[in-house]
Design a protein around this ligand. Structure first.
Ligand SMILES: Cc1cc2nc3c(=O)[nH]c(=O)nc-3n(C[C@H](O)[C@H](O)[C@H](O)COP(=O)(O)O)c2cc1C
Length: 355
């Protein structure tokens, strides 16, 4: 109520990136003090029956995670653990710091329940983020509760230097190696599907994905590795990628990234004249759910599936689980509906399980 009816109408009057930065600063402040963390937990925490879930050996206190792109510099781990999330995906992080694409990097499309995202992998770079996450290692809020899980999404630095294939592979490899050396991150997601960076989605082809995964295998890693999949591809191409992921023994897939089909907006007239980037939120819903369903149908339990795209309500969350997702991620839903959404997802999930 507080967010949707009072805060959101005010916040939505300002530039989305400025609001995001403001929220990050407030969130960091909240995370620094025990009393504000506790208050946040009382208001927005999930306090129902046990809905923890173990996936690939990791126990999540709730099966909902914040998707990559919100806490891209890893500044909010101490805060986010109090709003009913089982974890978050920090990043995408890149080998070198990256300023992102020229502004505007974010445009709200509220009638279509979507954001036009042209962030271009803005982040402080893997080394700075490792340092921050090491300092902030989260502690379970209550005894006997699983820790807040921090997955890390890795992408290729968005600059000309990393466009040649060998340089791109070296870029991913550097981040992956550093994270493993420092033992930072509970799982890793390799983002091969960022629609708005230099060189495009180069590694979303079977040949180049094979080269990338072969290179990554040279780094010892004991944690689950997932691939963040594109959603604007036909099933044949999607399956060709799944076969490679299977052959390389990776644990699973995050389905999926932003939608590049601009015709999928409910209200196209609210979009800017020139489109740059990808669409989040509602336009992702069916594309991602269909791909989750087909992956589960064809591959059975072979892959862990993290379902993401258009989860804005308990109903859309349930659709992802029904289609076969093991865990669900949210980002646009949180921005449009506020932190109360996560608490509601928890309640609905617990209710559905008890029926
Ligand atoms: C502001 C914003 C930034 C994003 N940045 C990233 C990113 O850095 N890496 C990534 O893998 N996905 C990124 N995404 C995609 C989301 O993680 C997610 O896959 C997509 O938005 C669909 O989920 P949603 O409908 O809940 O927003 C971003 C999305 C948004 C809205």
């Amino acid at each position: 109520m507080l967010y949707k009816h009072i805060l959101k109408p005010i916040l939505f009057m300002f530039d989305p990136e400025a609001v995001h930065d403001f929220f990050t600063s407030c969130g960091q402040w909240i995370g620094r003090h025990a009393v504000t963390r506790k208050f946040l937990g009382i208001v927005y925490g999930y306090h129902g029956s046990d809905i923890s879930k173990t996936v690939d050996g990791i126990t999540y206190r709730t099966p909902f995670l914040l998707s990559a792109g919100f806490d891209y510099n890893g500044q909010l781990t101490r805060t986010l653990e109090h709003i009913g999330l089982g974890g978050e995906e920090v990043g995408s992080v890149t080998a070198r710091p990256c300023a992102g694409n020229p502004a505007p990097r974010l445009t709200r499309l509220p009638k279509s329940k979507s954001l036009l995202v042209n962030k271009g992998l803005k982040n402080e770079g893997v080394d700075a983020i490792i340092k921050r996450l090491k300092q902030a290692r989260t502690i379970s809020i209550k005894e006997n509760q699983p820790p807040f899980i921090v997955g890390i999404s890795i992408a290729r630095t968005n600059d000309e230097q990393s466009v040649p294939i060998e340089a791109g592979i070296a870029d991913y490899l550097y981040s992956f190696k550093r994270l493993n050396e420092e033992n930072v991150g509970d799982y890793y997601t390799v983002n091969i599907s960022c629609p708005n960076s230099f060189g495009g989605e180069a590694f979303a082809t079977p040949e180049l994905l094979t080269r990338l995964l072969t290179a990554l295998k040279s780094i010892p890693c004991t944690k689950p590795i997932y691939i963040k999949m594109p959603i604007n591809v036909l099933w044949e191409r999607f399956e060709a990628l799944l076969k490679i992921i299977d052959a390389h023994g990776l644990q699973g897939v995050v389905i999926g990234n932003l939608n590049k089909d601009y015709d999928s907006l409910d209200v196209p007239s609210e979009a800017p004249a020139v489109f740059k980037g990808g669409l989040s939120g509602k336009p992702c819903t069916h594309l991602s759910t269909d791909l989750i369903y087909k992956t589960r149908e064809v591959y059975g339990k072979r892959f862990t599936i993290i379902g993401v795209g258009g989860v804005m309500s308990p109903e859309t969350m349930q659709e992802k689980f029904d289609a076969g997702a093991d865990l669900v991620q949210v980002i646009t839903g949180l921005i449009f509906e506020g932190p109360g959404l996560i608490k509601n997802l928890g309640k609905a999930y617990a209710q559905n399980r008890s029926n």
